[in-house]
Design a protein around this ligand. Structure first.
Ligand SMILES: CCCCCCCC/C=C\CCCCCCCCCCCCCCCC(=O)SCCNC(=O)CCNC(=O)[C@H](O)C(C)(C)COP(=O)(O)OP(=O)(O)OC[C@H]1O[C@@H](n2cnc3c(N)ncnc32)[C@H](O)[C@@H]1OP(=O)(O)O
Ligand SMILES: Cc1cc2nc3c(=O)[nH]c(=O)nc-3n(C[C@H](O)[C@H](O)[C@H](O)COP(=O)(O)OP(=O)(O)OC[C@H]3O[C@@H](n4cnc5c(N)ncnc54)[C@H](O)[C@@H]3O)c2cc1C
Length: 669
């Protein structure tokens, strides 16, 4: 798929020959189905072969050019989608492989879902066809200069005026300026704006409104609307292709029917009516996007590990004392112990993401049938998994950069830009700490209900087994015993439950529940992480228990699952020991087994990243090339830097020459 032209050499062929499994079948296990592999393959090639989607010069473009390049790519992508009549699945993959954040992400990812989830049928009929055909471009304007995490603290107002049957949108303070929404700065014509609904003199809290921002004739801001981009962001290239924006309203009037009225309504007379549904449905768009972010985490981490594994397999440093060839850095045990858990995490996040998508679809069907019983489970899982997977992915990309030594620091390695583009995922769609505290609160509530005999359900069902899990002893006696899924599952369940119960007891000792939650919030974060890691481990185990075709594929996945779980045991040993879930000796045995698993993984490492099936275009890294022919590529890439346009740099005459001449004169004195 990659280089492969006549006369080209596969420098990693030796690595590929040692694989002990059928890579083609692993591609299917990774993608989810043969169909998914084929579609992804087609879309990846479509993008890679189209010069408009070139991205190798992206980090060198000034911001204005980068933004224009994004507009060009989005328009071209849309043209191809229409011309080729691509399905939604294909269009989504096309966007993935184009690999450039832009307004379309928010248009499709948040504006459209907000109207679908919170608009009435009539509103959907009116707005969705316009959005589907890009006759309007929308964004999601929630966060303000003064408040992002605290949604209930937003200040923008939407005051109903019964005389004209309109809402008056207003930004009463500087801190009420909308600040951050992607696509708002330059591209959007419309926004779903979250504002405090005020009618009959009463503040009914945050609601969504569709507001036109720019003229559909010449794109200029409408009267009373102040709009702009909020400025350059972290890293070169990266998220700077996105026009995150600022928006202020000066008494802008919109018709009453542009309030999203599925959950609550305002009548012509100004009466507020709330439908008999939980008010948290207002947060539904965020739940949807958090779920997609979990799926995307595995893509970003697999990309970074693909680069680091391939490069580590071709890179050599030092050699045996006795002479002979130098050692591939991938053979160093330290390199393996840093890299293989990340590779295993990429697979773990892929499968938990797949499961979360199923959960989300299931909850959506239940909500449609007015069954709200699983809303809390959906919130806890999407928030918690979003937080744990994005933090681990961002840290993992940075670790992969370090694993590639000095060359990893070059833009041409692809890793700096990948990190800079990815790291805001720890903040957007809910700061990870804020989200974990949400999970912890739900866990505390569940613990407090155990005494009353209320049986927890879904991913918290294990907490119902409290009598056993609070006192069970880990039965591991040998390193091999750690290969038992039951043993792994039990220690993760016991750790999560014991941490939650300990924390709940400490909170109960505080003067008030609120004070307890406040004082113990650092511990609560760890409780939430333990619970979410249990979910990821469990879903990986369940995946491996399924029927998985292909020679050796199941064995490799089992190996990766064990690496993921035992790496977490090793990393969080303090939790496992302090809660008495296992002994120090059992901890040492886990680490011993982990070392054996790394050795088994080693001959399969390159093939395991090949199974991601990424094109060189998508990877965007000279270090991660499929053929492993890194050095000529690195050398060639350097000469493309604009600084090398001329042998003598701009500025020589003004700043270097006088300096050098002056030094010459001084030395003659
Ligand atoms: C250039 C080339 C392109 C090519 C183009 C090709 C063409 C394209 C074709 C197709 C493309 C397809 C594209 C798809 C793209 C998809 C990708 C999308 C990418 C998106 C990128 C993301 C950008 C980021 C966007 C944002 O950041 S938006 C803003 C997000 N903001 C937040 O997340 C704020 C976080 N804060 C909160 O959520 C809340 O304030 C809080 C912290 C939860 C607190 O809530 P609250 O104040 O209400 O109080 P609590 O008391 O804490 O809660 C009350 C009860 O409510 C429960 N609760 C809370 N939240 C929820 C919830 N979400 N659901 C359910 N229940 C909830 C809580 O548990 C409490 O319950 P109780 O029982 O205790 O009362
Ligand atoms: C690249 C990017 C794109 C974005 N796109 C959009 C968009 O399209 N639309 C949109 O509406 N918004 C968007 N946002 C905004 C984003 O959703 C918010 O930045 C995010 O929700 C975090 O809120 P904040 O900035 O207010 O952080 P803050 O809440 O101010 O966080 C600051 C610090 O305070 C801590 N903190 C806050 N509350 C608590 C608490 N209760 N307990 C303990 N610690 C706490 C946090 O952990 C953090 O360390 C985007 C942001 C970024 C970076």
């Amino acid at each position: 798929m990659e280089a492969g032209g006549a006369g080209e050499v596969d420098h990693l062929a030796g690595e590929r020959a040692t694989a002990q499994f059928d890579v083609d079948h692993m591609k299917v296990a990774w993608a989810g189905s043969r169909h998914a592999v084929d579609v992804a393959d087609r879309m990846a090639r479509l993008v890679a072969s189209d010069p408009v989607f070139r991205k190798d010069n992206r980090t060198m473009l000034p911001r204005k050019e980068l933004f224009k390049d994004t507009l060009r790519k989005a328009a071209h992508a849309w043209k191809r989608i229409v011309e080729l009549r691509l399905t939604e699945e294909e269009a989504n993959l096309l966007r993935l492989y184009v690999d450039q954040p832009g307004y379309v992400d928010l248009h499709w990812g948040m504006f459209v879902p907000a109207i679908k989830g919170q608009g009435t049928e009539e509103q959907q009929k009116k707005w969705l066809p316009l959005a589907y055909k890009f006759q309007i471009i929308g964004c999601y304007a929630q966060t303000e200069l003064g408040h992002g995490s605290n949604v209930q603290g937003l200040e923008t107002t939407a005051t109903f005026d019964p005389k004209t049957d309109e809402f008056v949108m207003h930004s009463p303070t500087l801190t009420s300026s909308k600040w951050w929404p992607g696509g708002l700065g330059k591209a959007s014509t419309h926004a779903v704006v979250y504002a405090r609904l005020i009618t009959e003199g009463k503040d009914y809290g945050i609601h969504g409104f569709i507001v036109q921002l720019r003229s559909l004739e010449d794109h200029s801001p409408l009267p009373g609307v102040t709009l702009g981009d909020i400025g350059g962001k972290f890293g070169s290239g990266a998220y700077n292709s996105m026009d995150n924006g600022v928006l202020r309203f000066d008494h802008v009037r919109i018709p009453r029917d542009q309030m999203l009225m599925r959950l609550s309504q305002v009548t012509k007379e100004g009466k507020y009516v709330h439908s008999n549904v939980p008010k948290q449905l207002l947060y539904g768009t965020m739940v949807f996007v958090r779920q997609t972010i979990v799926a995307d985490a595995s893509k970003a981490l697999s990309r970074a590990t693909c680069i680091a594994v391939r490069y580590s397999a071709m890179r050599k440093q030092f050699g045996p004392q006795t002479g002979g060839p130098e050692t591939q850095v991938l053979n160093y045990k330290t390199q393996q112990s840093r890299l293989f858990p990340l590779l295993a995490s990429a697979y773990a996040f892929r499968f938990v993401g797949e499961w979360l998508k199923w959960l989300y679809t299931d909850v959506t069907h239940k909500l449609e049938a007015k069954d709200f019983s699983t809303l809390q489970e959906a919130h806890a899982c999407t928030a918690g998994l979003k937080a744990v997977t994005t933090s681990a992915t961002a840290d993992g990309i940075e670790e992969c950069r370090k694993l590639c030594g000095g060359h990893g620091y070059l833009n041409s390695s692809g890793l700096p830009e990948l990190f800079a583009t990815y790291v805001p995922a720890c903040t957007y769609e809910g700061d990870n700490v804020v989200l974990l505290l949400q999970v912890a609160r739900i866990l505390m509530k569940t613990v407090s209900q155990l005494a009353s005999g209320k049986q927890p359900v879904g991913t918290m069902a294990y907490m119902g087994n409290v009598q056993y899990l609070m006192q069970c002893k880990c039965g591991v006696n040998t390193a091999e015993d750690w290969l038992s899924p039951a043993a792994i599952r039990e220690v993760f369940e016991a750790r999560a439950l014991r941490m939650a119960v300990n924390c709940a007891q400490n909170i109960n000792r505080a003067p008030s529940q609120e004070e307890g939650l406040y004082e113990l919030s650092p511990d609560l974060l760890e409780v939430a992480v333990a619970h979410i890691q249990l979910i990821i481990v469990t879903k990986f185990i369940e995946k491996v228990e399924q029927d998985i075709p292909g020679e050796g594929v199941k064995e490799q996945l089992r190996n990766l699952c064990n690496v993921y779980a035992l790496y977490l045991v090793h990393k969080h040993l303090g939790d496992f020991l302090s809660t008495g879930c296992m002994t120090a000796r059992q901890g040492a045995l886990a680490n011993q087994q982990l070392g054996k698993l790394y050795a088994q993984l080693r001959p399969n490492a390159v093939a395991l990243v090949d199974a991601f099936n990424y094109t060189d275009h998508y990877l965007g890294s000279v270090l991660g090339r499929y053929d492993g022919n890194v050095y000529p590529a690195l050398y060639d890439e350097a000469w493309k830097d604009p600084l090398n346009d001329s042998p003598v740099p701009d500025g020589y005459r003004e700043h270097l020459r006088p300096l050098l001449k002056q030094q010459l004169k001084l030395s003659r004195l």
